[in-house]
Write a protein that binds this ligand. Sequence first.
Ligand code: PAF
Length: 285
Amino acid sequence: MTNPASPAPIIRSLDALREMTRSWKAKGETIGVVPTMGALHDGHLSLARAARSATDRVIVTIFINPKQFNNPDDLKNYPRTEHEDARKLAPIGVDAIYVPDGAQMYPDGFSTKVSLDALTDVLCGAHRPGHFDGVATVVAKLLLQTSADQAFFGEKDYQQLLIVRRMALDLDICTTIVGCPTVREIDGLALSSRNLLLSDRARTTAPALSEVMEAITEGLAAGETMHNLVPLVLERLERAGFGEVDYLELRAASDLSLLDTPTEPARLFGAAWLAGVRLIDNVPV
Ligand code: PAF
C-alpha cells in the first residue's frame, strides 16, 4: 500500500501499468480496480475505500470513454478534474491512478466491440443507443489491462453493474465484480459527477427525484401499483421544475424484467432531465 500521505503515481502507459501489476502478482498480491471517468466525488471515494480494504493493491482508472457517449455535447461538457481527483485519492492510499489517453485505449485500427444481447435494451440502454456497448468494451479492456482480482462499481448505476457482471462472466474474465451502495447528499440526491453541471437553482430542485422515488416505494409497500402511482409523481416532478422523464419503472433486481408490484426482489429506477442535465437514480424495493 502507498503511504496515505503521498499522492499515488499517475500511470499513463499500458506498458508501465503491466510492469507494475506483474511485480505485484509476482509477490502474490491481489489487485482491486475502481474504473471511473474522473470528476471524483464521495461515491467514487467510497469505492476506492472498499477496494482498499478488500485487496492488497488498488488502482483507480480515469478515462472519459468516448465510446459510451451518444451525445457529443455531453462528452465535451463532461467535467475534467485530474489534479483534483489525484488530491482526493491521496488520503485513501491507492497504489496507482491509471490515466490512459484515447490512443492508448483505442489505437488506430481498433475494431472490437463488446455487445450484450440482454439487459441493454431497457432503461438507460433504450434512451442512450450504443452506451452500454461502449461501457462493456472499455470495462472489459480495463479489467484485462489491470489484471484485477476485484472491480468495484456503484449501485447508483445498477444497470451498468448487472451488465458488467454478465460481461465478465460471459467472457471468462477472472475478476469478481463488487457492487457498492449509492452515496447520497444529505438531501437525498444521489452523488454523480453530473451534479457539478447543475446550476444553483437546479441543484435545489434535484432532490425531488429521490423524493418521488421514496414516495413510490412507500406506496408500493402499502400495496399500491406502479400503474396508479407513476402518474401522480410525474405531476409532482413537473411542478418541481423537471423536464422530460425518460423512465420511472419498477424492475426485477436480477434481470431487469418489468414489474407493476414488487413480487420479487426489485429496484425502482428513475431518469429525468433537469435544466439540461440528465439525472438517474435507483433504490431497492
Ligand atoms: O460509471 C462510469 O463512470 C463509467 O461508465 C465506467 C464504468 C468508468 C466506464 O467508463
